[in-house]
Design a protein around this ligand. Structure first.
Ligand SMILES: Nc1ncnc2c1ncn2[C@@H]1O[C@H](COP(=O)(O)OP(=O)(O)OP(=O)(O)O)[C@@H](O)[C@H]1O
Ligand SMILES: [Mg+2]
Length: 352
């Protein structure tokens, strides 16, 4: 399909996100892409306690926000540590993720903003009781996935903080996720349980979420002064065929200090090595998303990351393959063929 000069569009480049040109061609403003695409969902899981699941969710979420991504964090742990560490008092919260999982409330009513940037579906201790109720329900594994389907298109990334167990809450997290990140403390015996977690991932792939992928093991609480930590990592990669994500997150007292102020280390120790390490992981997620989106287009959100929005080469690839040639550098919009997917997208955008 040929490209048209944007002067062809009623309302010009600052008009609505989806426009019909005078020549009858449907145009998407480049940043409209972020309005119509589902978030990439990551479950951060390990049934072993204290391996920095919550810290990783809070820090990665803040780092993704810094990059301009729209981020939702989900506290799926009855301990509500993520909720607390992002400055909310779980004891004072009336509406929580528990109400969402039981289908009593839509997630939009429960969402809270945080000072670090991401939105949060907060938890309270009530979530502990939710497990028992869910167990008696049909389709219990899908409760979170269905809830996120309601709001996923408002975000670029969703990060789920799973509890230290392989119960129904973690299964919900894995069922809702595209990928799982496994934080792993770099010390002896930390690998114990990884095999069990991978078995659970395989069960989820078989039964409730065939598309679930393991992004990799995230080494945490790494003590760079010892060879022991490095040996643990080598051991993990040899034992299981999983990617070890780099760089490892170094052990630092800065992490323990951050939750007390209701902010992540990205704010409380901006220039610390720990903050920089999580920034590096956030950049890797964004880059992987952009790269993966180009050929497959299945879940890409090329407009989600600021720098690639304006007429980026990926825009439109999934709606109308093969992708048309790149528009002129300053072109703010590009035309797309009207397909059922586009028609659905238009109705979603129109309803906003
Ligand atoms: N890189 C680090 N260096 C030092 N302390 C850390 C680091 N990462 C996390 N911590 C601290 O380790 C403790 C456990 O971290 P966190 O709560 O994130 O683990 P978790 O896996 O979520 O635990 P749980 O399984 O109980 O949910 C916290 O006190 C946290 O501040
Ligand atoms: Mg935790």
């Amino acid at each position: 399909m040929p490209f048209h000069d944007s002067s062809d569009i009623e309302g010009g480049v600052s008009g609505p996100p989806v426009m019909l040109s005078r020549r009858g061609v449907l145009w998407f403003r480049a940043d409209a892409w972020r309005l119509i695409c589902m978030a990439r969902v990551f479950a951060v899981a390990n049934q072993k306690g204290g391996v920095a699941k919550t810290t990783s969710v809070a820090s990665l979420g803040a780092a993704l926000s810094e990059l301009g991504c729209r981020v939702l964090l989900v506290d799926l742990d009855p301990q509500a540590c993520l909720t607390f560490s992002l400055g909310l008092d779980p004891d004072a919260i009336e509406l929580s993720v528990h109400d969402v999982l039981l289908g009593r409330l839509s997630p939009g009513l429960v969402l809270r903003g945080t000072e670090d940037g991401p939105d949060l579906l907060p938890a309270t201790i009530e979530l502990a009781g939710c497990e028992a109720v869910l167990l008696s329900r049909t389709g219990r594994e899908h409760a979170l996935r269905l809830a996120l389907a309601e709001i996923g298109d408002s975000y670029d990334f969703v990060l789920i903080d799973c509890p230290p167990s392989l119960g129904i809450l973690t299964i919900n997290g894995l069922t809702a996720a595209d990928e799982v990140i496994i934080p792993l403390q770099c010390e002896t015996l930390s690998h114990r349980g990884v095999g069990q977690l991978l078995d659970t991932v395989h069960d989820v792939q078989r039964l409730t979420n065939a598309d679930l992928r393991v992004r990799g093991v995230l080494p945490t609480l790494f003590d760079a002064r010892t060879a022991h930590g490095r040996a643990v990592l080598v051991d993990i990669s040899a034992r299981y065929v999983v990617t070890v994500l780099q760089p490892p997150i170094a052990r630092s007292v800065r992490f323990a200090e951050a939750p007390g102020s209701g902010r992540s280390i990205l704010t409380t120790a901006r220039r610390s090595r720990g903050a920089e390490a999580y920034r590096s992981h956030a950049r890797a997620l964004v880059e992987a998303e952009s790269a993966a989106g180009a050929p497959q287009g299945a879940r890409s959100r090329p407009g989600a990351h600021g720098r690639q929005e304006e007429g980026g080469p990926d825009a439109g690839a999934r709606v109308s393959p093969p992708a048309p040639p790149a528009p002129p550098a300053r072109s703010p919009a590009r035309p797309l063929a009207v397909t059922p997917v586009v028609a659905t997208a238009v109705s979603q955008v129109a309803s906003r």
